[in-house]
Design a protein around this ligand. Structure first.
Ligand SMILES: [Zn+2]
Length: 178
């Protein structure tokens, strides 16, 4: 399970819209307890895949090292990564799996349709080794800021986008390009 606050969630999705039609990417800093991870900070990264930025992403090693240092200074860890899928579903691809190496981390994918952020899903990279690694769907819990949560109590309950995000994503073939 990955917990993230609304502001960071919006930042990830906004980054995807800004980068469109290219893929955006970034690093999630936070804390973890078993399979429960909580995002405390979102670090944007540049996509170094200038050959095909529309359906591939790569974070430069220097940016990763910088993020690692930044995390350590705040007693946090790198708990995950995010990227976008321009005009492609928010589902992991075989390329995503092949290029994911951080076991026990969350991989958040946002589909950006015609420049607008659509669905955002999170997948946990599980397995004891590189050979055994695999993605599993994980719950993405978006926590409202305390003030907004209080304000919401007086509002009439509505399904809203949250319940939409919680529903199961449409299953698609895993071998597509993005
Ligand atoms: Zn991808």
């Amino acid at each position: 399970m990955l917990k993230i606050n609304q502001r960071d969630f919006d930042a990830i999705r906004g980054h995807g819209e800004e980068a469109y039609p290219h893929e955006c990417c970034g690093i999630l800093l936070g804390s973890s307890e078993g399979e429960r991870r909580e995002v405390k900070q979102v670090v944007r990264a540049g996509n170094t895949r200038s050959d095909r930025p529309e359906d591939r992403y790569n974070i430069a090693p220097e940016e990763l090292i910088r993020a690692q240092r930044q995390a350590r200074e705040q007693a946090l860890d790198i708990i995950g990564f995010y990227h976008s899928h321009p005009d492609c579903p928010a589902e992991w691809s075989l390329t995503d799996l092949a290029e994911a190496h951080w076991l026990g981390c969350s991989y958040v994918i946002t589909s950006v349709e015609q420049g607008k952020a659509a669905r955002t899903n999170s997948f946990a990279l599980l397995g004891a080794s590189e050979e055994e690694k695999h993605f599993e769907d994980e719950r993405l819990e978006v926590a409202l800021p305390a003030v907004a949560a209080m304000a919401r109590v007086s509002e009439a309950p509505s399904p809203g986008p949250e319940s939409d995000r919680m529903s199961l994503p449409d299953r698609v073939r895993k071998d597509r390009a993005c």
